[in-house]
Structures are given as structure tokens and as C-alpha cells.
Design a protein around this ligand. Sequence first.
Ligand SMILES: [Zn+2]
Length: 215
Amino acid sequence: MGKSGYLPDISYNFGFYRTLAVNSLQRRDYASARSSLFNLNGCLGEEYLVSINSERYGQLSKDQSVYLCNNCTMSFEKIVNKGEENEYTKEIQIPTEILTSDLKVYNLRLPFIESILLKSQSEKVWTCPECREVNKMKNTRKVIPERESPYYLKVIPECPVRGTGLDRKFPTKFEGWFWNFLEEINWQEVLYRKEYKNQNDGEDMEVYRDKGDKP
Ligand SMILES: [Zn+2]
């Protein structure tokens, strides 16, 4: 163990549990894969630990895409000549953006003539909360804002639970959860390693496989 306040070298335990986790997944031993990931996460210590909280994960990873209303506008501060000497902001009007996660798309019954023309009884619509007008889905533009990459949340949802009987979807659900968790842990390890090196005058942790042998 190192001095108090200093990060311990976790490379051996980390390498061990990571290998065990991936091997367990390949063997389809989901219980072992799950507990190996928990042990792996535990190696990171309090400060770098990835927390497990479905509710918080849901909030953080919430869909940020928006629908544009065809019936009303909102003002937007546009930066003109960005980064140049004559940079200025100009207020412009753009279609109102509504978070898709805040909206409910529903079926609206079509008038008789239209239903014959469109060969359908109803059509998908949403009501704009700003102007209260109804927008047709087929005329709606969806905008997905770019996310920063790499994008890590330091939180993952709870492990999927196997349903009763033959749950055919479980392996896929579990694997999605597994790789998501492992990626989050790997990113925290990168940060951990950085801080470890800072504390040890640039000396990295030992390499798991060639113990003691520095490249
Ligand atoms: Zn509107």
C-alpha cells in the first residue's frame, strides 16, 4: 500500500479482473462477468468509481434531439464573423425547437376525404407546447445536436435482469450493458493512470502482463 492520499498501483488487480470479465462473457457466464466488472470498478477507488444508477443514467443520456415547429419561431443569438475582429451577435428568428423527449406523438383521426387520399384512418402528429398548433410528423424536421466525443457519463444503468422462462433477449441486453460499463471503467482508468503518474514523477503503473519489465 502507498502513502495515504496517494493512489495505489492497481494495474495487477485491474488487469486480472478485466481479463476475467471478458473471458467470462465469452463463456456466457453472465454472473461471473457481472461480478468481475463490479470488482474491476472497485479497483478504481472512491474518486474514480463509475456509479450504478438507472435513474441518473436516464437523465444524463437523455435524447437531446429536437423537433422544429412549423408554426412558430423563437429568437436565437447568432454570432456573425466568429473569431474575427468585426464579430457581432445578431438576433434572428428560427423555428421553435422542442426536445423530442418532452413531446408525445399521437394519432390524429383524419377527415373522411383525406383518409381516402392518404389511404389511412389517422396520421401521426404532435402538439407544439409553445403555440399549441398541431404539427404533422411527415412535415417535421428533426435535428440531432452533436455530442462531444469522447462522451463519458461516469454512471451506468443497473444490470439487466433475466426474465422468467427462456429470455432470448437477455444475452444481447447483457452484452450492451457489459461493454458500456467496461468502456466507462476504461475511461476512468485512463484518468486514474494520469493522476498516478502525476503523483509518481511521471512513473507509470506496472504493466500487467510483463510485471516489472518496463518497455
Ligand atoms: Zn409552435
